[in-house]
Design a protein around this ligand. Structure first.
Ligand code: CTP
Ligand code: MG
Length: 166
């Protein structure tokens, strides 16, 4: 899941500049996505996720990690892209609910990247997902994701990269 997990922290580190919604409001008068979703964050985040995935593919061969799920270039691209598409969709609905940028939205804030990344793989490379996402792997993702999310966000807050520790 590293190619899905890395894009968010990379976006927080390198994001900023022009927001993807260009500062525009939706028909409800609220921002479409908000200032927290920028082109730079999206592009660097996806590239970061793909980068770590390509490293994983290399290490797999060198260290004979055959018992572990094996990534392909496609699975890596889909996980990284899907993670931030999930994050964008989350923010779209978060704004519709009237929640401001950075406000808490439990469950959605933690699992947006899981839903987005796995859904995109399911749509475009279902064989990879069915071959690798066993029940224990899926349960591990469900348990580890909120824990990692919390830990990384506290770290990001202390490093002054994130404005809120969640
Ligand atoms: N970020 C970005 N571009 C993205 C995603 C994230 O620039 N596509 C950066 C922004 O600086 C953002 C930070 O990463 O503030 C943390 O991301 P996230 O928690 O997803 O955004 P929030 O600011 O909390 O906004 P939202 O309420 O919409 O989730
Ligand atoms: Mg947030």
């Amino acid at each position: 899941m590293l190619p899905a997990y890395l894009p968010n922290p990379v976006a927080a580190l390198f994001g900023g500049g022009t927001p993807i919604d260009q500062g525009k409001n939706y028909s409800d008068g609220k921002r479409v996505l908000g200032d927290g979703k920028t082109y730079r964050g999206l592009i660097f985040g996806v590239l970061g996720g793909i980068g770590i995935g390509l490293v994983q593919i290399e290490l797999f061969g060198i260290f004979h990690l055959e018992p572990m799920p094996e990534h392909t270039v496609l699975s890596v691209i889909l996980l990284a892209t899907g993670a931030l598409l999930g994050d964008l969709c989350k923010s779209f609905f978060k704004r519709r609910l009237g929640k401001d940028r950075g406000e808490k939205w439990p469950i959605a804030d933690q699992y947006d990247l899981v839903v987005g990344s796995l859904l995109l793989v399911l749509l475009i490379d279902p064989g990879w997902l069915l071959g690798n996402l066993t029940l224990p792997v899926f349960l591990a993702i469900l348990i580890l994701t909120p824990l990692l999310h919390r830990a990384v966000n506290i770290l990001g807050y202390r490093m002054k990269v994130k404005e809120v520790p969640w």
